[in-house]
Design a protein around this ligand. Structure first.
Ligand code: AMP
Length: 463
């Protein structure tokens, strides 16, 4: 299918052509006709599928009859509200609005926290048809009476699952209560928990459900790999990996503190690196991201929250320095690579304590990820990777024992614990219950406790 078959008006079609897109992605093919027809949409799509253009293009077309170049603010009331969980995603959506709307005299503003309110207030008072915003700062403007929602006829809630994770649902409900009842609403989410469904039911009218791939699935174009390495050897393994492979990489860690420390460590090893996380100012985050996009920074170390919404084209390589505690975050992380059909690689460094997380991720993805081992040198290039189950690597301790107790060649659809991937995904319900889990998981926990005892005692508050 070609974009020209979607019935987009010439102003938008031209902007799409100039952006270099000829064929709509599957989510665009499905969503655009329904949005143009005025229907509410519940979209199951993750980052990297082209969903942003999927809602931006038809939204611009719905607003096009109101486009005008008159100076009066009264001629530019807020007509469309696009809510995103993070500043980075807000900027990305705003940039799409500007790119695809460049031949339409519609005004847009991007509203997010961490920067002074003044310039945003000024823009709002001048009149803006399209407001892209994070919920907290938008409510600040509501309280300051800088914005009126009386004319809002279109609402987009992007990455609703992340809104939920970040605790924004009460803010969203407050905003919803301020909007006109008669409006068109679109909700996009990578995953649909009961709570998201409840939210969708309360804000959508007779929605059409559009979906790309299976829920919770990751881009098919991404190669997943796992390197089994001891916690102690992780930094050296990462250094080896980055010195041997000159590509730019986005490296995920689980904590803000870990992000800064790892970036400093890499810089000391001669690898240009910067970190973005929630404690950095918006300006620092933007600068780091821009430097990364320009190729001036080779490695960007990021936490999940800070990386949300990063749109980095052609990023071939994502590394998980630690596996995320939540399997769905893995899907979000690797959504940074393999975008829009391009091929990408996701490499995870896993220590023995993270095996359970990997099993959850494999269940969510619906496939097993091959484990590899490596001889860690910490100086780059000399580490030799091999499929696990072959000759033992010389590094001692927990990594070696992890290899011994871990699965070797298993059929692609059967996990190490016997889980059958052909079954639908069911999230783990009680990860805190230490007696829960498969025999393999219980063995891993027992052994971890033994190792912990050998290393000087068990933590007072495990988990
Ligand atoms: P998104 O899922 O909206 O974050 O988009 C992922 C990436 O796909 C972005 O870099 C877009 O510029 C790109 N993209 C969006 N639509 C298309 C298309 N129809 N063809 C090729 N690339 C696209």
């Amino acid at each position: 299918m070609q974009f020209s078959e979607l019935g987009l008006i010439p102003e938008i079609q031209l902007a799409v052509s100039e952006a270099g897109y000829t064929e709509p992605t599957p989510i665009q093919q499905q969503a655009i006709p329904f949005v143009l027809a005025g229907r509410d949409v519940m979209g199951a799509a993750q980052t990297g599928t082209g969903k942003t253009a999927g809602f931006t293009l038809p939204l611009l077309q719905r607003l096009a009859p109101h486009a005008n170049s008159l100076p009066s603010p009264a001629r530019h009331p807020v007509r469309a509200l696009l809510l995103t969980p993070t500043r980075e995603l807000a900027v990305q959506v705003f940039e799409s609005v500007q790119t695809y709307g460049k031949y339409l005299p519609l005004r847009a503003v991007c509203i997010y926290g961490g920067v002074p309110m003044g310039p945003q207030t000024q823009e709002l008072l001048q009149g803006r048809e399209i407001v892209v915003a994070t919920p907290g700062r938008l409510l600040d403007h509501v309280e300051s009476r800088n914005i009126s929602f009386a004319q809002v006829s279109l609402l987009v809630l992007d990455e609703a699952d992340r809104m939920l994770d970040m605790g924004f649902i009460p803010d969203i409900r407050r905003i919803l209560a301020l909007l006109p009842q008669v409006r068109q609403s679109l909700l996009f989410s990578a995953t649909f928990s009961d709570e998201i469904r409840k939210l969708a039911a309360s804000m959508l009218r007779d929605p059409v459900r559009v979906e790309v791939a299976r829920n919770n699935s990751a881009a098919e174009t991404v190669t997943h790999r796992v390197l089994v390495v001891s916690e102690h050897d992780k930094r050296a393994a990462l250094t080896d990996l980055l010195l041997a492979d000159p590509r730019q990489a986005l490296v995920f860690v689980n904590t803000k503190f870990g992000a800064s420390r790892l970036a400093v460590h890499l810089a000391r090893q001669g690898i240009q690196a910067d970190a973005i996380h929630g404690d950095k100012s918006q300006q620092q985050r933007t600068e780091a991201l821009e430097a990364f996009k320009r190729g001036e920074v080779r490695v960007l170390v990021a936490t999940d929250v800070a990386a949300r919404g990063l749109d980095i084209e052609d990023l071939p390589f994502v590394v998980n320095f630690e596996l995320p505690g939540n399997a769905e975050d893995y899907v979000h992380r690797i959504g940074r690579t393999g975008r829009a059909g391009k091929s990408g690689e996701a490499m995870s460094l896993m220590d023995a304590g993270e095996e359970k997380r990997l099993l959850e991720i494999e269940k969510l993805l619906g496939r097993a990820i091959p484990r590899e081992t490596v001889d860690v040198t910490g100086s780059g290039g000399r580490g030799e990777r091999r499929e696990r189950g072959t000759e033992r690597a010389p590094s001692a301790g927990r990594a070696a024992s992890a290899r011994r107790r871990s699965p070797v060649a298993v059929p692609a659809h059967i996990a190490a614990d016997g889980f059958d991937f052909s079954k639908p995904y069911e999230p783990s319900t009680d990860s805190a219950n230490t007696d829960a889990g498969t025999p393999l998981e219980r063995t891993v926990r027992r052994r971890d406790r033994q190792v912990a005892a050998l290393l000087g005692g068990l933590p007072k508050n495990p988990g």
